[in-house]
Design a protein around this ligand. Structure first.
Ligand SMILES: [Zn+2]
Length: 104
């Protein structure tokens, strides 16, 4: 699935808002996850190179800023993940997994 062209923004925005509402900002990494979800929704508007795999529930994305390709589901290959922090790649993979379950 091509993320930039096939995702309904209104539904995804709603899923993002629900996800943010469930996060306790005082919890470990809570603020970082909220931040990551915000960046994830912005990424859809700016990054045309994202593909979601229904089979592996993973998001393949090419970053224009770093020229890196990331495959995110529970794990990721980015610096933030390596340092134990939330990242927008995993946040977006999770949002789209929920989206696919809700819209099929
Ligand atoms: Zn990442």
């Amino acid at each position: 699935m091509n993320v930039a062209t096939e995702i309904n923004r209104e539904i995804l925005g709603q899923i993002a808002a629900e996800s943010i509402a469930k996060i306790d900002p005082q919890s470990a990494n809570g603020k970082r996850w909220i931040n990551a979800i915000g960046k994830a929704t912005a990424e859809i508007e700016t990054n045309p190179y994202m593909t979601y795999s229904h089979d592996s529930h993973s998001l393949l994305m090419m970053s224009e800023t770093s020229n890196q390709t990331y495959t995110a589901n529970g794990t990721c290959q980015c610096k933030a993940f390596a340092n134990g922090f939330p990242c927008r790649h995993r946040a977006l993979a999770r949002l789209i997994t929920i989206y696919v379950e809700r819209t099929r």
